[in-house]
Design a protein around this ligand. Structure first.
Ligand code: UDX
Length: 451
């Protein structure tokens, strides 16, 4: 089948490459000429495991191509997928400018039946606005052709996006017209094997499903972070509590890991956008506001622990940071807790030596040559001249470090573990002061550790 994808960003590229991989002819279009040029030269602008191989293989096979030409793009695909960004505007609502630009482009060039597919995370009601925008352009041109608008949200996790696309847990399709459901079934047939994964519903429900899924996951995390903060004050260990509640199949083990806050391109943006959507509909979404508020504070939790540990010695201290991306497996630092920590430390006159396996370039772009921030090429170099180590993102390579070497390199043996990766008993035995997230006894410094 022929598929056009508007937007060569994260979602667009993964979607395009995966549809091509199963034999479709895919044309990806972007307004960013430099990006399209790089893609045509075989350069994949984002880091996502498996994606580069897919792009190379499918462009070589002639199933995947990139263009900036909107006329060619609209002429190409029966499916016109919209996978452009919906950044938050000033009040946190999703900004639909790019989505509606694409809708107008489709209307401006369309001369036969098309299925317009919203892949971007868009507020409830967007499909109606897309339909109006396409229709207005057709009307302006005096052209009469049919089209349908479908909502088909993605649930891709960064770092596992290709795998998630190839083996989806569910394929949500919101359509108000049965003929489009049949077409979408055909398109998704290669991914819908062994058992039925398609969940068909009306457009508005599909639009809300995406937000509800992300808001639920964010709620689980903020809930656990609140429990962690409570555990700390009550002298309980949240890691024990986590296992205790996760074993209840109604709760489950997934997504209940406490830490120094969630980040990324989806949760923060979608929780805020859903809250705005609720407000616009005359409903005060108190739980969503609390989820967001708990997370905002949680991103400062390591800073608070450092303030408590160093007291008025914090200005002038140097902290080593391990892990800067918002989660392991990506170079993405959007809404990352690391950025809040870096800003907070610099603002308090502390210095930072930071290392990340993938996100150094992104941090360099974001902070420039900021005084007091040094990006170093290896984890142990970050420790040189540092007065403490903070683990912010739990990349695998940080899981089992050489603690003796860490102690020798650090001016003061203290570890702030933002992801509860290390064993507090082991670290205490090795003479470290250890601060985890919500691990009651860990807030008590072991005897003999520096005050
Ligand atoms: C998320 C959704 O999982 C995905 O379905 C949606 O399409 C896009 O948003 P992603 O942003 O890639 O995907 O990251 P995810 O792996 O879900 O993690 C989000 C954040 O939550 C990370 O900062 C992570 O560190 C944090 N997290 C996750 C926790 O703090 N605790 C947990 O138990 C799980």
């Amino acid at each position: 089948m022929k598929v056009t994808i508007f937007g060569c960003g994260y979602v667009g590229l993964v979607t395009g490459a995966c549809f091509a991989e199963v034999g479709n002819e895919v044309l990806c279009v972007d307004v960013d000429a430099a990006r399209v040029e790089r893609l045509n030269a075989g350069e994949v602008p984002i880091f996502e495991p498996g994606l580069e191989d897919l792009v190379h293989r499918n462009t070589a096979a002639g199933r995947l191509a990139f263009t900036t030409d909107p006329a060619e793009a609209v002429a190409h695909g029966l499916f016109q997928m919209i996978a452009v960004g919906t950044p938050p505007d000033e009040d946190g609502s999703a900004d639909l400018r790019h989505v509606l630009d694409v809708a107008r482009t489709i209307g401006a060039h369309m001369d036969g039946y098309r299925v317009v597919v919203d892949k971007s995370t868009v507020p409830v009601g967007t499909a109606d606005r897309v339909r109006e925008a396409v229709a207005a352009e057709l009307h302006r041109r005096g052209v009469q052709v049919e089209f349908d608008v479908v909502c088909n949200p993605e649930f891709l996790k960064e770092g596992e996006a290709v795998e998630d696309f190839m083996k989806p847990e569910r394929i949500v399709v919101g359509a108000d017209n049965p003929r489009t459901v049949e077409l979408l079934k055909l398109l998704y047939a290669p991914f819908n094997r062994n058992h039925e994964r398609m969940v068909i519903m009306d457009v508005r429900s599909a639009e809300l499903t995406k937000y509800a899924a992300n808001a639920m996951l964010a709620t689980k995390i903020s809930f656990m972070n609140e429990m962690a903060n409570l555990a700390e004050r009550l002298g309980a260990d949240i890691e024990k509590v986590r296992v205790g509640i996760g074993s209840d199949s109604r709760i489950g083990y997934a997504f209940i890991y406490p830490g120094c806050g969630y980040g990324g391109s989806c949760f923060p943006k979608d929780v805020k956008a859903l809250e705005r959507m609720a407000a616009a509909a005359g409903y005060e979404a108190r739980l969503l506001a609390a989820v967001e508020d708990v997370n905002r504070r949680q991103k400062e939790v390591l800073l608070r622990k450092m303030e408590a540990h160093y007291g008025d010695r914090l200005p002038g201290r140097t902290l080593a940071l391990w892990g800067l991306s918002f989660k392991p497996g990506t170079d993405d630092i959007r809404e990352a807790p690391s950025c809040v920590l870096i800003e907070g430390l610099l603002a308090r006159g502390a210095r930072v030596r930071a290392y990340d396996p993938k996100a150094m370039e992104a941090v360099r772009r974001r902070f420039g040559d900021r005084d007091g921030l040094e990006l170093v090429p290896s984890p142990y170099e970050a420790l040189e001249g540092a007065d403490g180590l903070a683990l912010v993102t739990e990349w695998k390579e940080f899981r089992s470090p050489d603690f003796d070497r860490i102690r020798e390199l650090l001016g003061e043996p203290v570890i702030f573990d933002g992801r509860n990766v290390y064993d507090p008993d082991l670290l205490a035995a090795k003479g470290f002061a250890y601060y985890g997230i919500g691990r009651g006894r860990s807030v008590h410094r072991p005897a003999g550790a520096a005050a």
